[in-house]
Design a protein around this ligand. Structure first.
Ligand SMILES: [Zn+2]
Length: 417
């Protein structure tokens, strides 16, 4: 043991000539008791003070609940004497009402939707550089639950309700997915940023370079050891055994043997994968865009990424924002037009006004079947999720029927037929 560079044994040998500090005196038990009581009294005082405040707050809130004409003179005086508390209560009530209104799903009247859809179609026709941001609402007609809608996963979880089970392998791209695919094919739409993990944009045929799946894609797993990362598309949900902060899928990379991980970005996580997140892909488009169309997203997450909204430009040079969503969004106030409607219904009207036919989704053309890596015999045990099937016999017949019907319609429509 050493004290300030001098060995303790040396001090003892020298006869302990140094003056040492006396050990701290033991506190008087009476003083300890007094201190203890003081602390308890303070705590009770604080508690009492809080309780008094709560009771006071409760009484004033009860008076405010009364109709003005039914308040007694004393009650009216009480309100007059406490303007700050009254203001606080009224503001809190206003916030609660606003919050309740925000989570409500409201739909515009059909004629209003019709009128707004025409305005949106005109804006798309005029736009030089259209980009689209999509959220879970775009996939609800594909039977995939959204997150913050009235029946969304997070809403139900917040209410302590069961979220049930969903067979995502039965979900196919919706009309809106196919409309965006067609707009992109025609060069009208430049880029899509999606918060969805369901992979439906990619499956609609939208090229991956024109898509940023910023929260990942449940059909894609990657090897981070390979540079650039090796990517494996699968025909099943790769997230069966993964969770927040645990992304290993129990399969291994066929190139290097490293562990494969899913690509999902959970709440509170920071997505670092280049693909399929593709943040770099959307950035140049946000610099050029003159029209942003937001479909089926509450925008609560996306609003935090200020560069997506080109807020660094002067206000007059910022892109126009059009929103299709049933709920309130934080961008409603700054949007050019907000359409409270279902995505597919609004987009059907918009595409009709644009005079653009939207192709039907066809599993035979779904790129996932061409790109998917099938499991080897010794990997079969790593997945028990339902597989996407290219086409079932029944669906094959119905698809053939649809194609035949479409062809018959086309022949009838041709003037020389
Ligand atoms: Zn690898």
């Amino acid at each position: 043991m050493r004290m300030k560079g001098i060995a303790l044994s040396a001090i003892l040998e020298q006869g302990a000539t140094r003056r040492r500090k006396s050990p701290p005196k033991e506190e008087c038990p009476k003083k300890q008791k007094r201190d203890c009581w003081r602390k308890v009294n303070n705590w009770f005082e604080r508690l009492e003070c809080k309780r008094t405040k709560d009771i006071f707050y409760y009484v004033i809130a009860a008076v405010l609940n009364k109709c003005e004409s039914k308040r007694t003179l004393d009650e009216a005086r009480l309100l007059e004497s406490q303007p700050d508390v009254v203001k606080q209560i009224l503001e809190r009530r206003k916030r609660n009402v606003e919050y309740k209104e925000r989570v409500l799903e409201t739909e515009d009247d059909p004629e209003v939707i019709e009128r707004k859809a025409l305005k949106l179609a005109q804006a798309i026709a005029k736009a030089n550089h259209l980009i689209v941001y999509t959220g879970a609402g775009i996939s609800t007609s594909a039977k995939i639950p959204d997150y913050r809608g009235s029946q969304g996963i997070w809403t139900l979880l917040e209410q302590g309700k069961d979220i049930g089970e969903y067979d995502l392998s039965l979900a196919d791209p919706t009309f809106t997915h196919m409309a965006l695919f067609e707009l992109h094919r025609r060069g009208i739409l430049k880029h899509v940023l999606s918060q969805n993990c369901d992979g439906l944009h990619l499956r609609s045929g939208l090229p991956r370079f024109s898509l940023s799946e910023v929260h990942g894609n449940m059909y894609v797993e990657v090897c981070k050891q390979c540079k650039p990362n090796a990517e494996y598309w699968r025909l099943f949900d790769t997230t069966q055994f993964t969770a927040r902060h645990y992304h290993k899928t129990n399969r291994r990379c066929r190139r290097c043997g490293g562990p494969l991980i899913d690509t999902i970005v959970h709440f509170g996580e920071r997505g670092q994968l280049k693909w399929p997140l593709n943040w770099a892909g959307v950035t140049p488009h946000t610099e050029k865009t003159d029209l942003i169309l937001c479909i089926g997203s509450s925008l609560k997450v996306l609003r935090k990424y200020t560069w997506l909204w080109a807020t660094d430009r002067p206000i007059k040079k910022r892109p126009k924002i059009f929103i299709i969503n049933l709920q309130w969004t934080p961008k409603d106030k700054v949007s050019t037009l907000k359409i409270n409607g279902k995505c597919d219904e609004v987009m059907k009207l918009v595409m009709k006004h644009l005079n653009i036919d939207v192709p039907l989704y066809n599993r035979l053309k779904d790129p996932i079947f061409a790109h998917a890596t099938l499991l080897l015999a010794d990997e079969q045990h790593t997945a028990s999720q339902p597989m996407l099937k290219k086409i079932t016999a029944a669906k094959e017949e119905s698809t053939e029927e649809l194609i035949t019907n479409e062809r018959e319609k086309e022949i009838k429509a041709e003037p020389n037929a």
